[in-house]
Write a protein that binds this ligand. Structure first.
Ligand SMILES: Nc1nc(=O)c2c([nH]1)NC[C@@H]1CN(c3ccc(C(=O)N[C@@H](CCC(=O)O)C(=O)O)cc3)C=[N+]21
Length: 289
């Protein structure tokens, strides 16, 4: 068997096209949706993701307010920037790229963002709304995964979804979304401390890998016919690549293709969907005003 590879790149392009049409309509009414992207330091992965966000903003016709702060910036200075962005009515969404340097308390920074502008969906108010099924910004990666499952026609109702990884930005919120009435999956959350992980992943109709460990999900851990969603974006050394590295997921892709029914690739799987959902959230933030 050879799995159907879900093309996240093209699904993301169609989400962006829909967003672009709505942006054009808002602009005709005099509102230009605007996202402020704050990058602290020069982590190469972060620089590359932020470049992807800026490219998408330009494509959908939204305004891009970028801030590049040195890695030595103080927490107080960063908090001051956020409070000025909170107060600025021309800014609809605020995204502070994570991770932040160690001397800055991430939780404090996230909590400083006005929940109305929290297009990342990381603020405790957004998280709380997700938990109690109230409207609010959904975190972009989990929301992108749900959109991909729907687009690929993968049934979630009554399915056993196993999420490997329990991070605040992917594993935990994704598990909640899958368990919601709209998806109605039965969800198991696993993590690095799970005893006999393969015996649990092999029960999954939908297996989500969100651990950040290159190729740790091997073919023998996948139930034949399962849908496999790979959220991992790991840089591994590759002397033959032009920049000396290559992106691989948390799933050992080629062998997994022989077992799964559907699979998302890395790159061009979940990653582009994350950015597309960020565009959708920023549009929503502008409409909410
Ligand atoms: N405040 C905050 N919000 C985030 O949403 C956030 C973050 N911090 N920190 C880091 C993670 C990671 N993330 C990705 C976004 C796009 C791709 C993406 O587009 N990947 C392309 C490849 C990109 C490349 O070639 O480098 C792909 O998979 O095809 C990947 C990863 C967002 N994150």
């Amino acid at each position: 068997m050879s799995a159907t590879v879900i093309d996240g790149f093209s699904v993301a392009a169609s989400v962006r096209a829909r967003v672009a049409a709505e942006v054009a309509a808002l602009k005709a009414g005099g509102v230009i949706p605007c996202l402020a992207v704050v990058l602290v330091g020069e982590n190469p992965a972060s620089v590359s993701y932020v470049a992807g966000k800026e490219k998408a903003l330009a494509e959908v016709g939204m305004a891009d307010r970028s801030y590049r702060l040195p890695g030595t910036v103080s927490e107080a200075e960063l908090l001051a920037l956020i409070s000025s962005l909170n107060a600025d009515p021309s800014v609809h969404g605020i995204l502070v790229q994570l991770p932040l340097p160690r001397h800055i308390d991430e939780a404090r920074v996230i909590m400083a963002i006005d929940p109305e502008k929290d297009v990342d969906g990381f603020h405790p108010v957004s998280v709380g709304n997700l938990v109690i099924d109230r409207p609010g910004f959904l975190p972009c990666t989990p929301h992108g995964v749900i959109a991909l499952l729907r687009e690929a026609g993968i049934n979630t109702r009554g399915a056993h979804a196993v999420v490997v990884g329990r991070s605040n930005i992917v594993g935990k919120p994704l598990a909640l979304l899958l368990a919601r009435r709209e998806c109605n999956a039965t969800v198991t959350i696993c993590h690095t401390g799970t005893v006999d992980l393969p015996s649990i992943t092999r029960q999954a109709d939908i297996l989500v890998a969100a651990v950040g460990s290159p190729r740790m999900i091997t073919a023998d851990m996948i139930k034949p016919g399962a849908a496999v969603i790979d959220v991992g974006v790991n840089r591994v050394e590759d002397p033959t690549a032009k920049n000396g590295f290559r992106l691989v997921g948390d799933v050992d892709f080629l062998p997994a293709c022989e077992v799964a029914s559907f699979i998302t690739p890395v790159p061009r799987g979940v990653g582009p969907m994350t950015i597309a959902m960020l565009m959708q959230n920023t549009l929503q933030a502008a409409k909410n005003r």
